[in-house]
Design a protein around this ligand. Structure first.
Ligand SMILES: Cc1cc2nc3c(=O)[nH]c(=O)nc-3n(C[C@H](O)[C@H](O)[C@H](O)COP(=O)(O)OP(=O)(O)OC[C@H]3O[C@@H](n4cnc5c(N)ncnc54)[C@H](O)[C@@H]3O)c2cc1C
Length: 280
């Protein structure tokens, strides 16, 4: 099928894009890499009246390291993140996640902001943002506002972005000394969305877990922290007892790939594998 008819605008500045989004509100959709939006339009799952193509807006793309954080521009392509020395050095969790996102052709066009704004519950980058305590920066006609990752993902394909707002970047705190991270996912084929995934970050100084942030994806309507599991890991050097807490933390629903019970089992197996990688 082909997409329904739509108008197309290619603003040259952020101000121009925001004016268009404010004018057309829910009738407008931002076009970034188009790797999700264009198929959705062709399948007629999405039918925006106006596409606002942000690809020509200078300053929306790039990776910058500041004193206390690393900033990823919304329009930064997956491939740039995957190959970035700064990401490998400061955010190894994201570096480990990137090869799991789709395939090289999709990573050449798909963007960081597109992935986070889409908020697929089985996507890798939203879970990494949650595990790393990122802050999203949204711009609207009234200025910018900052949204913590834990408040950004609101449900299935739903975020805290309001009509007329554009995601411009996310800031990730630089890791404290002694903090480590690990990533893992289970998918039927490499490049598919995950059946279950785990992104973990925290300290293992002295061989004991502390201040762990564990985000699971593919097991709910959004990426989820596991508070009971995280608490049970505190001060421990073993994982198996804490893993039982995931029974309370998670309530996955079955889908085409696996029943709810299988998903919970896979989440526990994977969380064990990922956390074990962190121990010296
Ligand atoms: C075959 C296939 C396999 C895939 N596998 C995976 C996978 O395993 N893991 C994964 O994470 N992704 C996967 N993807 C999706 C891919 O990562 C997309 O690139 C990503 O989801 C969307 O990024 P995009 O830049 O293409 O966004 P677009 O398709 O352009 O936009 C997606 C949505 O986000 C909105 N949007 C985009 N940018 C902004 C912004 N700056 N501000 C506000 N709203 C914005 C759009 O309006 C739209 O609603 C797959 C895609 C395909 C086609």
């Amino acid at each position: 099928m082909k997409a329904p008819r739509f108008a197309y605008a290619r603003p040259a500045s952020l101000a121009e894009a925001l004016a268009l989004l404010a004018e057309y509100k829910d009738d407008a959709r931002v076009l970034a890499g188009g790797q999700s939006l264009v198929p959705m339009m062709n399948f007629r799952v999405a039918a925006p009246k106006v596409l606002v193509d942000i690809n020509r807006i200078a300053g929306l793309s790039g990776i910058k390291v500041a004193k206390n954080h690393l900033r990823i521009g919304a329009l930064t392509r997956h491939v740039e993140i995957e190959r970035s020395a700064e990401i490998a050095r400061h955010l190894p969790l994201i570096a480990a996640a990137m090869p799991h996102i789709a395939h090289p052709a999709i990573r050449n066009r798909g963007t960081f902001g597109g992935s986070c704004a889409l908020a697929d519950p089985a996507a890798e980058l939203p879970a990494c943002a949650l595990a790393l305590g990122a802050t999203f920066i949204a711009a609207g006609k009234k200025g910018e506002r900052r949204i913590a990752a834990q408040d950004f993902f609101k449900g299935l394909y739903a975020t805290a972005l309001k009509a007329g707002e554009l995601l411009v970047a996310a800031e990730f705190p630089l890791a404290k000394p002694g903090y480590v991270s690990a990533f893992g996912e289970l998918a039927r084929r490499h490049g598919d969305y995950a059946m279950v995934g785990v992104a973990a970050h925290g300290s293992t100084a002295g061989g004991k877990f502390s201040d762990m942030r564990v985000a699971l994806f593919g097991v709910g309507d959004r990426p989820l922290r596991a508070p009971g599991f995280e608490k049970a890991l505190e001060g421990q050097s073993a994982i198996d007892v804490a893993l039982a807490k995931l029974d309370d933390d998670l309530a996955p629903r079955g889908d085409l790939h696996a029943s709810a019970a299988t998903k919970l089992h896979l989440a526990k197996v994977l969380a064990g594998r990922v956390l074990r990688q962190l121990l010296p």
